[in-house]
Design a protein around this ligand. Structure first.
Ligand code: GLU
Length: 491
């Protein structure tokens, strides 16, 4: 019987999660869900100096918002709790002690100053950087002397000086490293905390992780980890290193490319399902052409065989496009509900709160088709609540029109609208189209002038539907405002 699939997301709380971190979490989650396995979240908080306040909450919030639920980890607990490395220090000390006892690790007393000088020398002589193994073979007496000087040592792995470390990465295939190029890495620091390498290996073993799925930047750490697994007598998990994510200019992904933290995407009005879909395609594809996947489809189709080695290119325009697709496909009511928090905070404060949801139910279908992010919605629909009369009055005068013909158009439209008994699309249509002919204008000219008068903008949702939602009285009063402005010469 094969071991159950158990994957983990093991973030260090050294910052807010960005697309790269979450792509890793997503792939590990998809692999677990596809295989009916478990997904574990483990917080790797052993680098005390780099820990950022609030980062753990931000990481968990991001996962929750995206719907990446975890079977074990913070808040939910689990068989291998605790899931914070800072609460598991004893385990790492035990492992380090065991390695020392078996001669696979040693105490190193070198001071930070000595290490710094050594590094400077190496750089000067163009030698590869690395510890010179000065303390690797200290005798007991020498050690005792250092101890009596009050130096707190670190613990280093005694890396084999010869041979190769090989493994079969599920994405990269056969990977080989010469042991002679691997440093005697530090396992326990002098502050008593383990390094990432030791804690990561001990926990992946203790938590029975079957597949380590992580970013390519860890590929070169894997031989070190394998040497540790070997020295500790642990069966290693399988490894899959996900391709790097680059900007369209093939430089390291950064804010400059539009990449933001997950919380920022949320604030910018992206839908979690759109972001997930977008992230899933950063390194994975089903058939190189399908772009839109529901979460169920992703789970069903995900496999590591279809993950590329070549760097994934982050394209912000594609994300916006995808978000627009998802927004268009929401039911009208869902679109209202998702827009609501953005409207509550984004519409001008003079508009009465809580907002009139029934009015919004009439307005929002008119803009759903052309919304790319939810943050755009308040501005798109503001004019339904307040008359915006700060547009340049010249924008009422369409191409090929004069001030006089614009005045005449608005005046005649006003007179006809006053008498209109039923204010619906069919009656507006049969009233205004013939009016254009009568005025010797193209329909587009008349409608353009009316659009600016009624909405204050040259680009707005479909005119007749907008007029119906606004109601006759408001339309008439806005036309009057426009007329007054046109008649005022300085306007
Ligand atoms: N704590 C590491 C990180 O923040 C985890 C790397 C790994 O998955 O092994 O990326």
């Amino acid at each position: 019987m094969t071991n159950p699939v158990r994957t983990r997301f093991a973030p260090s709380p050294t910052g807010y999660p960005h697309v790269g971190n979450i792509r890793t979490a997503l792939f590990a989650w998809l692999f677990a869900r596809h295989n009916g396995g478990s997904f574990i979240v483990r917080i790797e908080d052993t680098d005390v100096a780099r820990t950022v306040e609030g980062a753990v909450e931000a990481i968990l919030d991001s996962l929750r918002w995206l719907g990446l639920d975890w079977d074990e980890g913070p808040e939910v607990g689990g068989k291998y709790a605790p899931y914070f490395q800072s609460q598991r220090l004893e385990l790492y000390h035990e492992a380090a002690q065991r390695l020392i006892a078996h001669g696979d690790a040693y105490y190193c007393y070198c001071s930070p100053e000595r290490l710094k000088e050594m590094r400077e020398e190496q750089v000067k002589h163009k030698q590869p950087p690395g510890y010179d193994r000065c303390c690797r073979d200290l005798g007991e007496l020498e050690q005792a002397a250092k101890e009596s000087d009050g130096i707190t040592p670190v613990v280093r792995l005694k890396t084999p000086l010869e041979g190769q470390t090989r493994f079969n990465d599920l994405i990269w295939g056969d990977v080989k490293f010469e042991n002679s190029t691997i440093d005697d890495l530090v396992l326990l620091k002098s502050d008593g905390y383990p390094t990432y390498h030791l804690a990561n290996v001990v926990d992946d073993y203790e938590m029975k992780i079957s597949h380590v799925i992580r970013g390519e930047e860890w590929l070169s750490s894997t031989p070190r980890h394998l040497l540790l697994y070997q020295a500790l007598g642990y069966e290693p998990p399988q490894f899959a290193h996900l391709p790097t994510i680059l900007g369209p200019d093939r430089a390291k992904l950064s804010k400059r490319h539009g990449a933001a933290s997950v919380a920022e995407y949320r604030e910018q009005g992206y839908l979690p399902e759109a972001l997930l879909n977008f992230l899933a395609l950063l390194g994975w594809s089903l058939d190189d052409k399908t772009e839109i996947f529901s979460l169920e489809e992703l789970i069903k189709n995900f496999s590591l065989e279809r993950v590329n080695k070549t760097a994934a290119i982050f394209n912000q325009d594609k994300l916006s496009w995808m978000n627009g697709m998802y927004l268009r496909n929401l039911t009208p009511e869902d679109f209202v509900q998702r827009s609501l928090p953005f409207l509550e905070s984004g519409l001008p404060p003079q508009i009465k709160r809580p907002l009139d949801i029934n009015y919004l139910r009439q307005i929002l279908p008119l803009v759903q088709e052309r919304t790319k992010t939810l943050t755009e919605v308040p501005d798109l629909i503001k004019f339904f609540f307040i008359e915006e009369s700060d547009y340049p009055s010249d924008s009422l005068i369409g191409k090929g029109m004069t001030r006089e013909s614009a005045i005449k158009a608005l005046e005649s439209a006003r007179l006809k609208l006053v008498d209109l008994a039923v204010f619906d699309e069919a009656s507006l249509e049969s009233l205004l189209r013939p009016l254009a002919v009568e005025l010797e204008l193209k329909p587009g000219q008349l409608f353009g002038t009316l659009r600016v008068a009624i909405t204050g903008r040259t680009v707005a949702p479909p005119l007749f539907q907008t007029m119906i939602v606004l109601g006759k009285e408001r339309c008439l009063s806005r036309i009057e405002t426009a007329l007054a402005r046109l008649r005022k010469p300085s306007g």
